[in-house]
Design a protein around this ligand. Structure first.
Ligand code: GLY
Length: 386
């Protein structure tokens, strides 16, 4: 592994102290306060266009990130303006379930963990349990017995859609939460089965990852890897690798196992070996400084949170310090702290390059994981929403 890159992060991490963390949270909360004036109980779109989010209904896979940020902002500032919008957002998430509105996909964990589970963990509000369990039931409905995985997208059983994707690791905590609430181990068992399929098939022998992996619809046997948002089927989409770096230790913390340390270490090292000079990854790890391709800052914010989970499960002694360095690197030139007219927090992300969606723009998960990383560092005892 490129030790030089690790040392550079560690050096930067030394400046990430309480004063820095508070400064970062202050401008973020100020920007979010300005943003809620415009969005009210509506939601920002998944990514910006010319650095401005569109005003949308609760209709995408990213809405939970918005509510999660507002809740962290409320906890940090105690400003009731945040609280009021979060309460309205909760009703919206409840209604979305009742209407089954744009929920025919697996990102139900991304939707309901940073919103409802986050508030539930802090308040223990009983009425939220029903929402969590109903959301988990919808996710469980996508579990394919043949193949033992949760089908990511599309019509259930369609051979063209018979696949899992690496992002799904972040959808699993919702199932474990539902098992805890209901005392029904079924949710956790299905999550365990799906996790094993991800780990066994999506990580290649060189410890890069496929974005998606297909199973045979007749036999359930593993078939082939393919990309959706990466550069090519054989390349390694930066955010996919990041979802693995966060998803593996998260799973080990939740299930209190330590089976995948070695895999995680290799997956993390692969990511570090592809980090360019300014310490921020390109949107696909096949690119380097000669490529002139856009960066994906959001991948690094996700990896920073992954390192904090890795520290919790004891994978690396220096994991938290490296995470701090990643946050330090992002704060230097990738945040919008100096740009009043930029609505997002973390600049220079890529949503879906081949669709020309959110290329070199802000996106809600980049904003969210940057803020989650800061919030984790400020509140070491915080249980997170995952
Ligand atoms: N989970 C979708 C993405 O990372 O773009």
């Amino acid at each position: 592994m490129n030790e030089k890159i690790i040392q550079e992060y560690i050096k930067l991490g030394q400046n990430v102290d309480q004063v820095f963390l508070k400064q970062e949270m202050d401008w973020i909360c100020e920007k979010l306060l300005k943003n809620i004036d415009r969005f009210q109980e509506n939601f920002p779109s998944a990514c910006t266009t010319n650095h401005i989010y569109r005003i949308k209904a609760n209709d995408d896979w990213t809405n939970g990130f918005w509510t999660g940020m507002l809740w962290m902002a409320y906890q940090y500032t105690k400003n009731e303006a945040f609280y009021d919008i979060v309460m309205k957002n909760i009703k919206s998430f409840q209604q979305r379930l009742a209407d089954h509105f744009v929920l025919d996909h697996h990102d139900i964990g991304f939707l309901y963990s940073p919103s409802i589970v986050m508030v539930y963990r802090d308040t223990q509000e009983k009425s939220l349990e029903k929402i969590i369990v109903e959301a988990a039931d919808k996710l469980l409905n996508r579990f394919q017995e043949k193949g033992q995985f949760i089908q990511a997208w599309g019509q259930l059983g369609n051979p063209q859609e018979y696949r899992l994707i690496i992002d799904s690791l972040l959808n699993l905590p919702l199932l474990y939460e539902a098992s805890k609430i209901t005392n029904n181990p079924l949710y956790a068992h299905k999550a365990d089965a799906h996790y094993q399929q991800v780990i066994n098939h999506i990580i290649r022998s060189d410890y890069s990852t496929y974005h998606t992996f297909y199973f045979d619809v007749e036999t359930g046997k593993p078939d082939h890897g393919a990309t959706h948002q990466g550069f090519s089927d054989q390349s390694c989409w930066a955010r996919g690798q990041a979802w693995a770096i966060l998803g593996i230790p998260l799973h080990e913390r939740i299930t209190q196992q330590k089976n995948d340390e070695s895999k995680w270490t290799h997956v993390f090292e692969y990511f570090i070996d592809k980090i360019p000079q300014d310490l921020i990854p390109y949107w696909d790890l096949c690119f380097d400084d000669t490529s002139h391709e856009p960066k994906d800052s959001s991948a690094l914010a996700i990896v920073a949170c992954g390192l904090m989970e890795a520290q919790k499960v004891g994978y690396r002694q220096d994991a938290q310090m490296i995470a701090k360095g990643m946050i330090g690197a992002l704060s230097q030139t990738y945040t919008s702290s100096k740009y009043k007219d930029v609505e997002g927090l973390l600049m220079h992300g890529v949503y879906a390059y081949s669709e020309n969606k959110g290329v070199d723009e802000e996106n809600l998960w980049g904003d969210y994981f940057y803020m989650e990383a800061l919030y984790r560092l400020l509140n070491p005892e915080w249980k997170t929403c995952w």
